[in-house]
Design a protein. Structure first.
Length: 333
């Protein structure tokens, strides 16, 4: 993936600072900003393991909500978070940018999609499971009225059931507005799942039975990593239309590595590593799927990633000796 202009600038800056420096141990502790969702905890621990064992720093993880962690990065109480969902924090990010307190090192993984998903076996079938394609021409949310009978609502069989985001999420109300704007409320009821865990469990039940379902979801997510799902098309994102009635695709969300503005000067080697940190949605989905199927912790999922993607993370570090130290530490786990 192409690096952002800011990432290129940071890399050039830290390469100058790196002259004459080594990757020796430091008494400094690098503090990661942790949030409640699994993917950021996994990425923080992947980076943390490399920083601790490859560069010799202590690491710590501070849990909090999005804006308090961002404020912590601004103050220097937190050094880095590997997932800054900046489009969800636009006002706060603008203030941090103007003040010069926070630096974005570019994307951790490509812009995160979200929308309405159906199992791919509805479109293509699944011969190994004896499933025939029930809706081979279903490609868009606008096609759903012709297939409403495939998604019967147990509480109202005259309509289909759409599995919505949990109540209280912004996406929940947006999806309800989409149903109305697309004229789908005539054909579908919105079902509130109560939590993201309940939404994932409902999708798993249908998938294991090989039955049709349509549900809101997002990436990276363990459900998408574990199941073969297809994101239905919507009209291309249009900001004016979005503000009017949401009758357009969700805008892709930028997920960036954010650091305190002093880190390039105090820890140039780490900044260069963090600026190089770059994964894919699919790799993150796989790590989250591993967490789900193995009932693994974020730390265990990070070790799984490091063991299975050496060719990926070894490109993030400049010195071969750093890779060697990380590999030695992995062998001892």
């Amino acid at each position: 993936m192409k690096k952002t202009m800011r990432r290129t600038t940071i890399l050039a800056f830290v390469m100058v600072l790196m002259l004459g420096l080594t990757a020796g141990a430091s008494a400094e502790t690098i503090v990661f900003g942790d949030f409640s969702w699994d993917s950021v905890q996994v990425h923080n621990r992947i980076a943390g393991f490399i920083i601790e064992h490859g560069y010799g720093y202590d690491v710590d993880f501070q849990f909090g909500e999005s804006i308090p962690i961002l404020l912590g990065i601004r103050r220097g109480d937190v050094d880095v978070t590997m997932e800054g969902w900046v489009d969800n924090w636009l006002e706060a990010m603008y203030e941090a940018h103007v003040a010069g307190d926070v630096i974005s090192l570019g994307s951790n993984f490509p812009d995160a999609p979200q929308g309405w998903y159906v199992p791919t076996y509805m479109l293509e079938g699944d011969p190994e499971r004896g499933i025939e394609a029930s809706a081979p021409e279903l490609t868009s949310v606008l096609d759903l009225p012709q297939y409403a009978e495939l998604f019967p609502d147990p509480e109202d069989p005259n309509k289909g059931r759409f599995y919505n985001a949990p109540t209280g999420w912004g996406a929940h109300d947006i999806n309800n507005a989409k149903l109305e704007s697309y004229g789908l409320d005539e054909y579908f009821n919105s079902f509130d799942t109560g939590s993201d865990a309940a939404l994932g469990a409902a999708m798993m039940r249908y998938y294991e039975r090989g039955e049709p379902f349509v549900a809101y979801n997002w990436e990276p997510n363990w459900v998408i990593g574990l199941l073969d799902m297809t994101l239905l098309e919507e009209p291309a994102y249009n900001e004016e239309q979005w503000r009017e009635n949401y009758a357009t695709a969700y805008p892709a969300t930028r997920v960036e590595v954010l650091i305190n503005a002093d880190l390039p000067a105090t820890s140039p080697l780490l900044t260069s590593f963090l600026a190089n940190y770059n994964t894919t949605i699919e790799q993150t989905n796989e790590a989250l799927a591993y967490m789900q199927t193995e009932n693994a912790s974020a730390e265990e999922a990070a070790l799984w990633f490091l063991n299975n993607y050496r060719d990926v993370w070894s490109e993030w570090v400049f010195a071969p000796e750093v890779t060697e130290r990380v590999m030695e530490a992995l062998a001892q786990q």
